[in-house]
Design a protein around this ligand. Sequence first.
Ligand code: HEM
Length: 476
Amino acid sequence: MVAIFTYAFVSLLTIIFSYIFMKKNKGGEEELHAHGNENRAQLPPGSLGWPYIGETLQLYSQDPNIFFSARQRRYGKIFKTHILGCPCVMLASPEAAKFVLVTQAHLFKPTYPKSKEGLIGPSALFFHQGDYHNRLRKLVQGSLNLDAIRNLVPHIDATAAFMTSESWGTGKVINTFHEMQKFSFEVGTLAIFGHLETRYKEELKKNYMVVDKGYNSFPINIPGSPYKKALLARERLRHILGDIIHERKEKRLPEKDLLGCLLSSINGGEVLSDDQIADNIIGVLFAAQDTTASVMTWIIKYLHDEPKLLEAVKAEQNAIRISNEQGNQPLSWAQTKIMPISYKVVLESLRMASIISFLFREAVVDVKYKGYLIPKGWKVMPLFRNIHHNPEFFTDPQKFDLSRFQVAPKPNTFMPFGIGVHACPGNELAKLELLIMIHHLVTKFRWEIEGSQSGIEYSPFPVPLKGLPVKFWRLE
Ligand code: HEM
């Protein structure tokens, strides 16, 4: 009964949401007719579903991966659909992903619902193309390059040690995803601010969590709704960031963290405004936290499910721990570079979980690709997960198998961090923090997954059901 009500409720919300979205995007349908018969014939195969709602209900009433792979089986690697009020072209081939994200990236712009843009901040780099994006991207990349992150190793190591010592190890059930969110938030703030006073960090964390919750909720701006609460928390975040920015400006210290890079940027005599800086800080926190936390949660599950592999990872990490006087010395940058088994665990987990299953772009002009028309205004979605799970590129794709990374995957078949001008500038930091967390987990704990339920929930990234409840016991 509850399931029927939930389904009916979700369906109703979906219809309302589709309608609102559709009104905003009415260009899509009109575009389709404006092209006339000749071009209409060139649209990719696939179904646009029912009038107005398209295939939105089908997408939301099942696992999205099944929705996409069923259509790929039926129509091939390029197909059209209509979801959330938008006509879309789905692309499940490496060549098509490269076309949209790299070689012809100027024909496609990033696109996000306005409600989400408002929560992060309109000046965050991932909403932009062109000069402003280039400028911001250089700054973000500069603060996350290898030289910058190698200095973070002792701090990430200390954070992982502290977090796993706090409440773990007593056999109490913990929500793995929530714990990993705390960890990735700490690492994110390290990269952004270096050392930040605890009172600021606590305020940021408290309000950021409300924003994060609202981001994943239905965007209805009425008092008490998670979305409204998130908007209010976003305002508070802006104030806190305003104070931090002000303090940093007063100190006039040339820091190399992201805030330092943003503050010292001068372009044609112009500095970035405090709003631009705040939007980009919230943007990076957003890009860094749930992504890394979801992948770490999957790693804990995969290692649990593969006992032999877990033993091999333990042997690799214990050798390092012994050379560090049983963990009394911190991990070094050089040591994080000699973890070949653990590194492949990270890569294979990124492939298996494909937590960013697809990206959204929008065609800025009519585009022809492989004889098909992608009309201006249509959404275009490179389907990473379909590519990562295609047996043409990864044999027996459902199997967790490190040997597939013995050689580099074929070009554009492995894109967990995207490709092209918007590819993830935090990818090295993400892999580094995952390796450091693996080191602490396998050398100090054994763990059991609580309950027998398997399944996936979306928050919005896929994570094991209920955030993977796990009992950890200390090894010593
Ligand atoms: C395992 C963890 C992560 C995954 C899977 C991931 C994945 C991605 C992907 C696929 C994109 C491309 C989006 C697009 O093309 O539209 C992206 C962009 C981005 N990521 Fe990550 N990311 C992760 C962690 C991080 C971390 C730790 C940071 C920062 C500390 C970060 C910062 C960013 C930023 C700022 C962008 C936007 C870049 C731009 O638009 O130019 N990410 N990420």
